[in-house]
Write a protein that binds this ligand. Structure first.
Ligand code: GAP
Length: 444
């Protein structure tokens, strides 16, 4: 993890938020390469989930009517038990004391459970994870709104709007990507548990009685999505929630977990939310949330199958999974260790790098023209500094799948070399075929 975090900063994937002020705990900024990778993950998700007949997309507001969060159960139930250390004033999640370090610099290396056993902790109190703020100029109770802790509620309250506007009938889904906020007591493990993060959620509305079958369908679709984008199959698993551990809305729940360096961690949840959400919104708003089928004259409250992925957590899992250190030959035939990010081609932040072999004989002009042409369709990078072997290594480290080099042969026959990131093999192609070559390779 340390190597990865350092690479992320050095190469511009992720920076600490407000770093020059000492950082803000649980918040991270995506740098030039990180934002591309994150966008590519979200684009892949959006394409898979919404470029189908039975799913529509929306983008709901982050701030919602406060009654939404009463209906959803978040005001009452979205809490973690919290304890304070009376001595050093550090705050802990009562259920995570085992792995937490003691908050006092005076006890370096000590675990918090030792302080607990010495009676230094307060009784556990429930702490609501929603961030509160105010709408308008008066900061009183009547003006309180929350930063949404999940994107799902924006979908539930728009169920009938989307259904009638798009003339869909259950079974159909609504998908959304957006920021969510949780005032986590303990943030940890880089991007894994943060206070501001992004979710990619899809709620699939089905006729009661068909929910089991749709649950199974989405459970396998979602696991396949990660595998299809190159994530190591053996590092993915399902984790079923025990009945006594289910969230207040769920009848059945499975997590998709990834094996991070610190152990298995959830990257997505698949939940059978029953008719809980629509019934509660009906009850709290006084507006019917039932679906009426004109043809069959049936009226019912749909059950909801939810697929809830973290964009930021998936980002971290894709980063961890891509990171490889392997032996590679240098230009003079020796072996060295190269760091290579083996991103799936569709996720790679930069698709191709263009190099002139040397900065003379007209090679830079040809390479610049190639770069300009490719830029119309692809995110490319131009590099003319240092030995070509070093340039390959720099691109390996950020996961660029192809390096295109203009060399002396280009001057004679208008061909260039294409070097493949993973095999490190090179082939020659016609320079005017470079865009078609990349299109074909990147589509797979
Ligand atoms: N709508 C259901 C829901 O929000 P969840 O299991 O609480 O379910 C879904 O969250 C996903 O959101 C998680 O699998 C994870 O990927 C992501 N997520 C949740 N809390 C997070 C946090 N504090 N930091 C980063 N990602 C988080």
């Amino acid at each position: 993890m340390e190597k990865l975090v350092s690479l992320c900063k050095r190469r511009g994937f992720v920076f600490q938020s407000s770093e020059i002020y000492g950082g803000l705990n649980g918040c991270w900024d995506y740098g030039p390469l990180g934002v591309e990778l994150l966008r590519n993950i979200k684009d892949q998700w959006w394409q898979t989930m919404t470029y189908r007949e039975d799913v529509e997309g929306i983008d709901a507001a982050i701030l919602m009517h406060p009654r939404v969060w009463e209906a959803s159960g978040h005001v009452e139930n979205f809490t973690d038990p919290m304890v304070d250390c009376k001595e050093c004033k550090a705050r802990f999640r009562a259920d995570q004391i085992e792995d937490s370090p003691c908050g006092s610099p005076a006890y370096k290396g000590r675990k918090a459970h030792k302080c607990q056993s010495e009676g230094k902790f307060t009784e556990a109190r429930q702490f609501n994870l929603m961030f509160k703020t105010f709408v308008g100029p008066v900061e009183d109770e009547g003006a309180v709104v929350y930063l949404r802790p999940e994107t799902a509620q924006g979908i539930f309250v728009n169920f009938l709007n989307v259904q009638s506007a798009s003339r869909q009938k259950p079974p159909f889904g609504i998908a959304q990507i957006g920021k969510a906020f949780r005032n986590e007591i303990n943030t940890k493990n880089f991007l894994f548990r943060t206070r501001e993060f992004e979710q990619m959620e899809m709620q699939f509305f089905v006729k009661p009685g068909t929910d089991e079958q749709w649950f199974q369908y989405w459970k396998s679709q979602r696991l396949d999505w990660y595998i299809g984008l190159g994530m190591t199959k053996e590092k993915l698993q399902y984790h079923q929630h025990e009945p006594d551990k289910l969230a207040h809305y769920a009848k059945e729940a499975f997590d998709i977990e990834y094996l991070f360096p610190f152990g298995w961690g959830e990257i997505e949840g698949i939940h059978n939310r029953t008719d809980f959400d629509l019934s509660r919104h009906e009850q709290f708003s006084g507006k019917s949330m039932k679906f009426f089928d004109d043809q069959t004259k049936e009226k019912f409250t749909p059950f909801i199958i939810e697929t809830s992925a973290g964009a930021s957590r998936s980002f971290m899992a894709f980063l961890v999974d891509a990171y490889k250190e392997e032996e590679a030959p240098t230009a003079d035939g020796k072996m060295e260790v190269r760091t290579v990010m083996k991103f799936h081609r569709r996720l790679a932040p930069v698709k191709a790098a263009v190099f002139p072999l040397v900065n003379r004989d007209g090679m830079p002009d040809i390479a610049r023209k190639l770069e300009t042409d490719l830029r119309q369709s692809f995110r490319v990078f131009y590099d003319d500094s240092g030995a070509v072997g070093r340039r390959y290594r720099r691109q390996d480290e950020v996961g660029t799948p192809y390096c295109l080099t203009v060399d002396s042969q280009t001057l004679q026959d208008h061909t260039i070399t294409v070097r493949d990131r993973d095999s490190m093999l090179q082939e020659r192609i016609a320079i005017d075929q470079a865009a078609a070559y990349l299109s074909e390779k990147l589509a797979t």
